[in-house]
Design a protein around this ligand. Sequence first.
Ligand SMILES: Cc1cc2nc3c(=O)[nH]c(=O)nc-3n(C[C@H](O)[C@H](O)[C@H](O)COP(=O)(O)O)c2cc1C
Length: 460
Amino acid sequence: MSKPVKQIHLAAHFPGVNNTTVWSDPAAGSQIDFSSFVHLARTAERAKFDFLFLAEGLRLREQNGLIYDLDVVGRPDTFTVLAALAAVTERLGLAGTINSTFNEPYEVARQFASLDHLSAGRAAWNVVTSWDAFTGENFRRGGFLAQEDRYERARQFLAATWELFDSWHGDEIVADKETGVFLRAPRPGRFDHHVREFDISGHFNVPRSPQGRPVIFQAGDSEAGREFAASAADAIFTRHGTLEAGRAFYADVKGRLARYGRSHDDLKILPGVTFVLGDTEAEAHEKAALIRRQQVSGQTAIRLLEQLWNRDLSALDPDGPLPEVDPLVGEHTVARGRASVRMHRDPLAVAAEWRALAEAKNLSVRELIIEVTGRQSFIGTPLQVAEALNEFVQTDASDGFILAPHLTPGGLDEFADTVVPLLQERGVFRTEYEGETLRDHLGLGAPRPVRGRAAAGAAS
Ligand SMILES: Cc1cc2nc3c(=O)[nH]c(=O)nc-3n(C[C@H](O)[C@H](O)[C@H](O)COP(=O)(O)O)c2cc1C
């Protein structure tokens, strides 16, 4: 029996604060004007996408002690933007990244339950733990959690919000004007949650929302992050955007689900990917090379190199060779507030690789950085890109994609007009929304009851 054809899930990542966003292109607009959010959301909805996705950054990044203004600096608050978008869209899911380290469950549960009401069941929460004390300095408690404790808090945080979401069952409000009875139950929303991180009790003040709970996303990649996702998330936003890495990641996390009594389809894997389209393959590759040069100016190349070298290299010529000195190993002092800094776990080994590559291909600093950082995932004609996306999903490298265009706000327009119809022709992407809620779009059932379930650390 042949394998059934999978339906692809598609989402639009708002190209806000990012060093792959090209703000200097004549066609680029504001990352903060509401009209930019409306444009991307309406394009995504016109193309029948599952949802729009907002990342979160709680502190302006710095490099060499200065605000890092080479990517787009500053972004508006997630809930404010998503609530406003709920009013100008009808079916598109609205996903926001909100961290579990610097917030409180009661407040976050209220915000997501409210968004779910205002949007009639379209809210999703990307639960991130955030990584550094530098960001923590913005908050009352500062950077008070070591890395290994952040997922423990995230588990306890999520379990607490689930108790709050589930504290209303949906039938408490009668509002019978004849009899004057408003509430059926005398004490709705009762919660009592006592764990190490949270000692809270009371009555939740937002009645049950259309989805019961928002759709839960997870985005970390560590062992603890994968386990957290397998236990509690409905979808993962991952960096594994190549076929081989995607398949390995997919098999790994789907393989963890059974331990939590969950099935293969309960967790969707959605890598963040980029794309470049052209009328011919050659034209698409030319455009891709041009975009890479826009993304990595000489100045940006030096800044990205400094992030590995952990040294001030501002005097270096980007069109010349790599520095003769090696990276400084130890505490990272040059770039602050940036996840990629954490990703260079062995800077000397990476620097040796980069040196070898630069020598073999005779590359300048800028050319090398263009080669080793953030390349585009899908390049080609609309037909080639549609086929590649479909192959990716049908061969279990993912269940769909979170597409990150390089231009705000029009970067998705061409994809919506050319690639989406080809996926629809192949019967692998919806031509109309079939359900009302984001859970419907993602093919997720109603949230499972928490009680009696070990997931999310409810008992810890
Ligand atoms: C694809 C991806 C996107 C992420 N987006 C955000 C984000 O927007 N905001 C944030 O604070 N953390 C973000 N993170 C960070 C993680 O969610 C997590 O908080 C951090 O990486 C630590 O998790 P880990 O050790 O499991 O990787 C992202 C991580 C990944 C892999």
